[in-house]
Design a protein around this ligand. Sequence first.
Ligand code: UTP
Length: 295
Amino acid sequence: MVQRNRLRKAVFPVAGLGTRFLPATKAVPKEMLTVVDKPVIQYVVDEAAEAGIEHFVFVTGRGKGVIEDYFDIQYELEQTLKARNKNAELTLLSGLLPKAGSASFTRQQEPLGLGHAVWCARDIVGREPFALLLPDMIMRGDKGCLKGMVELYDKAGGNIVAVEECATDQTHKYGIVGVGEALEGGFRITEMVEKPAKGTAPSNFFINGRYILQPEIFAILETQERGAGNEIQLTDGMLKLAREQAFAGYHFKGQTFDCGAKDGFILANVSFAIERADIRPMIEEPLKALLAALK
Ligand code: UTP
């Protein structure tokens, strides 16, 4: 049955260990690493807000308390800025704060996998559809990825997974979907395969870390056995849900940066910096010189 309940809530699973970014992540959550001058998590929350999300649910873990502090008022800092008449900085800070009562934090006590982290949000989400945004993936496109997904969701209902094209020889690195009937802005998904062996992928559309899911996923995740890496896998749960409910792919026409990996994080910094009118003039020539020196 297609369900068309309005999308109000988004889940941000921030409880992973971030082992690919050690030693930095020994003391700083990877979601708090900065791309230009904002933590990665701020880009993802902004994307959700742009898509009309009203309630932000963070699944945190040990050592991630700084994320909760970041989305709170920093009283002493604000008093100091006021005393020094730093009004631009004050406005910047207040513009980034979620409305009072619109952010919830719950804890994943052990990092048992993404599927388990999502399940930890079940009571806060309740019986309504929700967006899921992997907080280490940030995107650049003409339109926010989740905003485009919501437009497709309003027409198609069900579950939506954002996908992007990759080179055919790279499909073994990703979750890949099978392409069915065309929809405006996307297509019906016929299958989902996690990291298919070379030459066996059903398409070159990879899942980029943005989902709209129906609440029935929680009952599936609750009883689910561990999968790859001995973790409770979201993809396994989605495959079970797909036996009963429709899944559509939203074709995101932009670029995704995996900020949980060093290359993606560095490219995100360069890419977002050159888009900024206040920074580009300072880095354009030095960057060109660096690239020229590579040859
Ligand atoms: P990743 O596998 O990319 O994150 O999970 P990780 O485990 O932190 O990273 P590495 O591989 O050790 O470097 C995707 C998302 O799911 C969250 C992560 O925080 C990340 O945003 N996650 C993963 C959880 O919240 N809990 C988990 O048990 C696993």
